[in-house]
Design a protein around this ligand. Structure first.
Ligand SMILES: [Zn+2]
Length: 141
């Protein structure tokens, strides 16, 4: 059974509505969510920390450190959230990678899969990358 990966055209923006970051107060895991207005535009951002219970709402996204960052084979592997991890994992696991059926090169370049760095896509790094993804997953708890 060959695992297939269908590039569904997900763009990095699809994952950015909820981002796991380091809480500036307690260094625990906090969630940054985009609060949309009625037109679907991002009106403000809200940071909620499950460790210290602090919440903060603000307009512009301040400089936050991502929670899901790890060193992997001399490179930095990072993910915005668990869905992003799932996505990378399914990509790396897939033996057969299918291109986006949309066919537009410009569109294809915007997908998360096509934007993954070459070292993540490399077959020889596969097992290591999967281990790193597992390590990041443990940080979510
Ligand atoms: Zn906190």
């Amino acid at each position: 059974m060959v695992e297939r990966f269908q590039d569904d055209g997900s763009w990095i923006g699809d994952f950015s509505d909820e981002v796991l970051v380091v809480c500036p107060r307690c260094s625990g895991m906090a969630t940054l969510t985009a609060v949309k207005d009625k037109d679907g535009r991002t009106a403000e951002h809200r940071r909620v920390c499950t460790s210290c219970g602090s919440t903060h709402t603000f307009g512009q996204v301040a400089d936050y450190s991502l929670w899901l960052v790890t060193e992997c084979k001399g490179n930095t592997l990072m993910a915005l959230n668990e869905r992003h991890l799932d996505y990378m994992e399914s990509y790396v696991k897939a033996e057969l990678r299918e291109g986006n059926r949309d066919g537009s090169a410009v569109y294809r370049n915007k997908t998360v899969a096509s934007r993954l760095p070459a070292w993540i896509k490399s077959a020889k790094n596969r097992d290591d990358v999967l281990k790193c993804i597992k390590r990041l997953r443990e940080r979510i708890g």
